[in-house]
Design a protein around this ligand. Structure first.
Ligand SMILES: NC(=O)c1ccc[n+]([C@@H]2O[C@H](COP(=O)([O-])OP(=O)(O)OC[C@H]3O[C@@H](n4cnc5c(N)ncnc54)[C@H](O)[C@@H]3O)[C@@H](O)[C@H]2O)c1
Length: 246
């Protein structure tokens, strides 16, 4: 599961699943390019990885600013090939179809679908040229089963599955694999801060393992998909949900 010799760009790396990915990827030898809009969390993480001797570049940025994103990727690619992409950043705007407006739907789709699409467009040509690349998109169980009161998020996460399978079909012959993980309820700062206990309990009641997941449990599967051990897996959508949504 070594990631030595590879350089991984991870979005939303400041906290939660993205941060767990950064730490596990670093332990396994990858060089890191970490993007997040939260300057405090990103700089703290970058500093601690740097002090531990890991190769890391950080960029504080709003990912939905697509011109800024393209220019950052262009700059960062000058320091070496980025051959692993983890599309992780996201946020939720809860609401039912009748209550949510189109702006709400589009803002959720922009970070979960447009930003990954853009990053794939930017990074795929160099991966193809190198004959090796790994793209891992973070979807959600809601993308597979839908969520009552989560129409924008579930729709966007379903689109992530369509994006994953379509790009996998496009670039398999070039040595680039594209997969998605579908996390279940995972203990991240956002869930702990914003999700009411009663909603968490309702999901845990439907989770076979009877507990919330830890960010590292999702990140280890992402790291596997990014490694050579997953060389014959592409277009897969892997639930990492403790059995929720089976
Ligand atoms: N936590 C869960 O229960 C759960 C379940 C299923 C799927 N997911 C998915 O996993 C991914 C990570 O989730 P998490 O719970 O770790 O999230 P989180 O909210 O704890 O962290 C997300 C990170 O992304 C960054 N980010 C968000 N929007 C950004 C933007 N526009 N520009 C730059 N940075 C931005 C935030 O600053 C934050 O550091 C998301 O795609 C989420 O939808 C999470």
């Amino acid at each position: 599961m070594s990631l030595k010799g590879h350089r991984a760009l991870i979005t939303g790396a400041g906290q939660g699943i993205g941060r767990a990915c950064a730490e596990i990827f670093a332990e396994r030898g990858a060089e890191l390019v970490l993007l997040d809009k939260n300057a405090d969390t990103l700089r703290e993480l970058g500093g601690s990885l740097d002090r531990a001797g890991m190769g890391v570049s950080t960029r504080v940025m709003e990912l939905t600013d697509l011109d800024a994103l393209a220019s950052a990727v262009h700059d960062l690619s000058r320091d070496g090939l980025i051959d692993i992409l983890v599309n992780n950043a996201g946020f939720d705007r809860p609401g039912t179809t009748v209550k949510l407006d189109c702006e709400g739907l589009e803002s959720v789709a922009r970070i979960h679908v447009t930003v990954p699409f853009m990053l794939i467009k930017l990074l795929l040509p160099a991966m193809r040229e190198a004959g090796w690349g790994r793209i891992v998109n973070v979807s959600s169980i809601y993308g597979a089963i839908g969520g009552k009161g989560e129409v924008a998020y579930s729709t966007a996460k379903a689109a992530v599955i369509g994006l994953t399978k379509s790009v996998a079909r496009e670039c398999g012959r070039d040595g680039v694999t594209v997969n998605a993980v579908l996390p279940g309820l995972t203990r991240t700062p956002t869930i702990e801060t914003f999700m009411a206990e009663k909603y968490r309990e309702a999901i845990i009641a439907e989770t076979m393992l009877g507990r919330i997941g830890e960010p590292e449990e999702i990140a280890r599967v992402i790291a596997f998909l990014a490694s050579d051990d997953a060389s014959y897996i592409t277009g897969a959508t892997i639930p990492v949900s403790g059995g929720w949504g089976i």
